[in-house]
Design a protein around this ligand. Structure first.
Ligand SMILES: [Zn+2]
Length: 416
């Protein structure tokens, strides 16, 4: 069915017979390539366990200077001369390494630690995914917010790599982490950003100021109620993390933050409202932002579903913003009303699951912008009390990279 649809999408006219032949040929090709011969795998003994490695993978990952550039830490073998059906002359193992001599007399040597770290055993692959690839995300309900939102200290993050690591680890796991005791100046946020890398610049600038502005270019710059949303869903490369430094908090009623974990809501919908969940994962809508900021015109459009899944069915991104959803609906007309019902349900559940709190001057609220929805209740400025936040975005690529660098330094993994 998937094959049929994708062929139709490319506007190729195929008869059922063609299709049948394609499937048969594909299967044949598949079968031929998976039939193992004795040279396809090498078994290596590691502390009493026999671990199996594909020969083609070993040859591809030869660590010698002809195949791997030592300072660039990158593969340099010539793919034009690469033999997928490589065969082995001999395998010799000592206490710390394995030496493989290939049919063309090329010799590869691998440290046992290096091999162990790259084990193909499913449990080892899973361990690597969780420890080094990306920390596992823990979804939460707003009633547990006080437990999941860890408090971190500004100075400690600047001067201790362990504190920086802990903060980024909490942020990746729960999608939120608060920094306290931040100096009361417009550039204080820069110090934190520099500990990670650099900001994600958008058409709202390198940093942005959130305060009440008449004739604003964005509804966030008003003092009225701000419905829960993610920032900038109209970017294909949507900013990963939002950092909001509170310089002046309102003394009036309101100005409270609302935060809801979109992963928790998605999982709740999947279990309790599967049809509506499917609509929100399948149907693309158009996110948009059109206007002028700092004299620069912008016309941003991006089509995507509200809940975006990866190929394993895990949520990889949440898009939600009432003001920044465009009026063009790219899907079939029959899907519109059911989609609106599912969309309203998603919002209602996020409101139900949201945590409500009020940051103080000196707080930097840091949260995952492609996972959490955030909002703010209405407030009122006074002449001597004008609420002011300074914000910046940082991408997940930079955060995960910093986390891995810190992990390798603070808690070295054998064979990395
Ligand atoms: Zn080599």
């Amino acid at each position: 069915m998937i094959l049929l649809r994708s062929l139709r999408d490319t506007n190729k006219k195929v008869t059922l017979l063609n299709l049948f032949q394609t499937v048969v040929q594909t299967n044949k090709l598949h079968l031929n390539s998976v039939l193992p011969n004795k040279d396809d795998f090498v078994n290596i003994n590691l502390q009493g366990n026999s671990l199996k490695y594909p020969s083609v993978w070993l040859r591809d990952n030869c660590q010698c200077e002809q195949c791997f550039h030592q300072s660039a830490k990158s593969r340099i073998l010539n793919l034009c001369k690469f033999n997928v059906n490589v065969s082995i002359k001999s395998v010799v193992q000592d206490e710390t390494s394995v030496q493989v001599t290939w049919d063309d007399d090329h010799v590869s040597r691998y440290a046992l630690n290096w091999l162990k770290f790259r084990s193909f055993m499913p449990e080892d692959q899973l361990k690597y995914t969780k420890t080094l690839y990306r920390p596992v995300k823990t979804p939460w309900h707003g009633k547990d917010f006080h437990k999941v939102c860890a408090k971190h200290d500004y100075e400690r993050i600047l001067y201790s790599e362990a504190a920086l690591y802990k903060w980024l680890q909490d942020l990746s796991t729960y999608g939120v982490a608060l920094i306290q005791n931040t100096p009361n100046c417009d550039t204080a946020l820069d110090g934190i950003v520099e500990k990670i890398g650099f900001t994600k610049r958008t058409h709202y600038g390198v940093k942005f100021i959130v305060e009440n502005v008449a004739n604003t270019s964005n509804v966030a710059y008003l003092s009225s109620n701000l419905q829960m949303h993610v920032d900038l869903p109209y970017y294909e490369y949507c900013p990963g993390v939002n950092m909001l430094h509170c310089l002046v908090q309102t003394l009036s009623e309101g100005g409270e933050n609302l935060l809801s974990d979109g992963h928790h809501t998605a999982s709740y919908m999947k279990n309790n409202y599967p049809d509506q969940y499917k609509l929100l994962t399948d149907i693309e809508v158009e996110w948009s932002d059109v206007g002028v900021e700092h004299g620069n015109e912008f016309f941003k459009l991006y089509r995507s579903s509200v809940i975006c899944l990866d190929r394993h069915g895990y949520v990889k991104r949440i898009n939600f913003s009432v003001p920044q959803r465009g009026s063009h609906f790219p899907g079939p007309i029959e899907t519109v009303k059911p989609w609106y019902e599912a969309h309203s349900l998603f919002y209602e559940l996020n409101q139900k699951f949201a945590a409500q709190f009020k940051t103080e001057a000196g707080d930097i609220l840091v949260f995952d912008n492609i996972r959490l929805l955030h909002g703010r209740s209405a407030y009122e400025d006074k002449s001597d009390n004008v609420r002011k936040l300074i914000g910046a975005y940082v991408d997940w690529d930079e955060i995960y990279s910093r986390l891995r660098c810190l992990k390798a330094k603070l808690n070295p993994l054998e064979g990395i």
